[in-house]
Design a protein around this ligand. Structure first.
Ligand code: PEP
Ligand code: MN
Length: 272
């Protein structure tokens, strides 16, 4: 088994295929959608709007990892069904979080990409189970995890049999409290240097503030990220989760138009 972080390994960019989409190639992966699936109307409206503006993959949590047990926990199976309807109606692929090993079989029936959230990055039981499915995995960095620990988590999934891993830098906790997290741009460049895995950036959780999403998305793509995952909501002020960091569809469109130019500067492209 190849050690991912081994510098002696000859670098060879891995491309993760999600049906006809290739993540890690010349085309940037654009994932967008709400933090949580709230209703059929909210998700379908978002899906249509983000597709129109260049997204290829729809995000939306049906099972939500919330800091407080009193916060909205997600619609569960109903949320997954709504995601499937959005896929049927728009052709967008679905990325959604699997919060617990117990739910893996269920979530895997709906997801095109299984998301492992920051709080679960070292849930080794879940990682081992994800190694035993064929579905690509989006492995978010733990907010207090070192890059080495993050790569070891990826190695769990790969060594248990699933090489389709996409990393996601989503910000880490530092002494700085002015923003929700600190997006680690070093990580993007270092991961590109040391591993062959695709890596995308989440400037929504990385900053926690919608006005900062565009500048940090630009920085992430400039640093070599293979794509972005961005929270988008038709009415951010009414979102049940993470409204303060969610873009409106218009802001999302503006972001993509801007990122096309950044992509061109680093020999990548956005096909929108
Ligand atoms: C999310 O993507 O909505 C999420 C909960 O992200 P993270 O696990 O990075 O906090
Ligand atoms: Mn969120």
């Amino acid at each position: 088994m190849k050690v991912l972080a081994d510098l002696t390994v000859e670098k060879h960019q891995q491309v993760v295929e999600v049906a006809d989409l290739k993540i890690g190639g010349e085309e940037l992966a654009i994932m967008a959608g709400p933090c949580a699936v709230e209703s059929k109307k909210q998700l379908l409206e978002t899906a249509v709007e983000v597709k129109k503006r260049g997204a290829k993959i729809l995000r939306g949590g049906a099972f939500k990892p919330r800091t407080s047990p009193h916060s909205f926990q997600g619609l569960g199976k109903r949320g997954l069904e709504i995601l499937a309807t959005a896929r049927e109606e728009t052709g967008l692929k679905i990325v959604t979080e699997v919060l617990d090993s117990e739910d893996l079989d269920l979530v895997n029936q709906y997801a095109d990409i299984l998301q492992v959230g920051s709080r679960n990055m070292q849930n080794f039981g879940l990682l081992k189970k994800l190694g035993q499915v064929d579905t690509p995995v989006l492995l978010k960095r733990g907010y207090a995890a070192t890059i080495k620990e993050w790569l070891s988590a990826a190695e769990y999934i790969i060594s248990y049999g699933n090489s389709q891993v996409i990393l996601c830098e989503r910000g880490i906790r530092t002494f700085e409290t002015a923003t929700r997290n600190t997006l680690d741009l070093n990580a993007i460049a270092l991961i590109k240097e040391k591993t062959d895995l695709p890596i995308i950036i989440d400037p929504s959780h990385g900053t926690g503030q919608s006005s900062l999403v565009k500048p940090l998305a630009r920085a992430g793509i400039g640093a070599g990220a293979d794509g972005i995952i961005v929270e988008t909501h038709p009415q951010p002020e009414q979102a049940l989760c993470d409204g303060q960091q969610s873009l409106t569809p218009e802001e999302f469109g503006d972001l993509i138009a801007d990122l096309k130019r950044v992509a061109a500067a680093v020999n990548k492209k956005i096909i929108a």
